[in-house]
Design a protein around this ligand. Structure first.
Ligand code: ATP
Ligand code: MG
Length: 207
């Protein structure tokens, strides 16, 4: 850990499952911003997604642990899966600040697709005030002209990191499992093995 305030990156979402798109983006942002750690935070109750269709939280948490085990800067947080009610990012940011102190710098890492849906977030302006918002590219979601989509004021709070956009999605991974197609190299081997062992995503209800 360097001098100065703690710098914590946050990568949240359903992470169903976590994959190399998440891991690569987190590592790029960590290196670029000299973060002390990046927290992978699988959501408990997703405000935006149909929960019946999601793998149970403990599976998603365990896969995050397996995927991040080899990176000393990566940690997995139970904050959202242990908190009752919908998993709102603003609550997580405030909780982290309460734990680590007001000086801590929080870096909220978010894919272009999720950023473009800012209007559907809970208290989006509070989120932007509480953390530095670091947007990472996602193929299919264009961030040029962001200000015209989310407004000048909000766009001014967002910092874009020009990393290589990987066209990997959890939706595609789940569909591949259902269809018996390979997922190796889209997510770490340990996650591939876990999915197979636990029989995740085989049923259509796990889409
Ligand atoms: P799903 O297809 O189920 O929505 P996903 O692949 O989009 O899964 P999420 O858990 O929804 O993964 O995403 C969590 C966060 O990671 C979001 O901010 C999302 O934009 C970002 N993200 C997901 N995949 C990528 C990727 N390939 N490159 C960059 N960011 C990504
Ligand atoms: Mg998504």
């Amino acid at each position: 850990m360097g001098d100065g305030p703690l710098r914590i990156g946050i990568l949240g979402g359903s992470l169903d499952p976590v994959h190399h798109g998440h891991l690569f983006a987190a590592e790029e942002v960590r290196a670029r911003h000299g973060l002390d750690r990046v927290l992978f935070i699988p959501c408990g109750h997703a405000p935006h997604k149909d929960e019946r269709a999601m793998a149970p939280p403990e599976h998603r948490y365990r896969m995050c642990e397996l995927a991040t085990a080899s990176n000393p800067w990566f940690e997995v947080s139970r904050l959202e899966i242990d908190r009752p009610g919908p998993s709102y990012t603003i609550d997580t940011l405030r909780q982290l600040r309460a734990i680590h102190g007001a000086d801590t710098e929080l870096f909220f890492i978010i894919g272009a697709d999720a950023l473009l849906e800012i209007d559907t977030w809970h208290l989006p302006d509070a989120v932007l005030a509480e953390a530095r918002c670091i947007a990472v590219p996602r193929p299919g979601s264009e961030l040029t002209g962001l200000a015209s989509v989310i407004g000048e004021e909000r766009a001014a709070c967002v910092e874009m990191v020009p990393l290589l956009g990987l066209e990997i999605s959890a939706t595609d991974i789940r569909q591949r499992v259902r269809e018996g197609r390979p997922i190796r190299y889209l997510t770490p081997d340990a996650v591939v093995d876990y999915i197979g062992r636990e029989g995740l995503y085989v049923e259509a209800s796990n889409s």
